[in-house]
Design a protein around this ligand. Structure first.
Ligand SMILES: [Zn+2]
Length: 73
């Protein structure tokens, strides 16, 4: 049995806007930040931020896939 962590490998989350992007990206296409974390939990696909109360609560204004929670190291 594999003991792999239950996070999506190959993806990281922007520390600024929580957008989930591929590990090899150097800059967040959403906010331009270059600070990322591999420690994030949960994910939410936001298609229409205007109509999503979760998106509003998380401060998401652009469609995309976001982490629900960033884990502080
Ligand atoms: Zn960002």
């Amino acid at each position: 049995m594999s003991r792999a962590k239950k996070t999506l490998s190959g993806y990281k989350a922007c520390k600024n806007c929580k957008l989930i992007i591929p590990e090899d990206a150097t800059q967040c296409p959403n906010c331009g930040s270059t600070e990322f974390t591999n420690n994030w939990r949960g994910m939410i696909a936001v298609i229409d931020p205007e109509k999503s109360c979760i998106a509003k609560r998380l401060g998401i204004t652009k469609p995309g896939v976001y982490a629900l929670e960033l884990v502080e190291e």
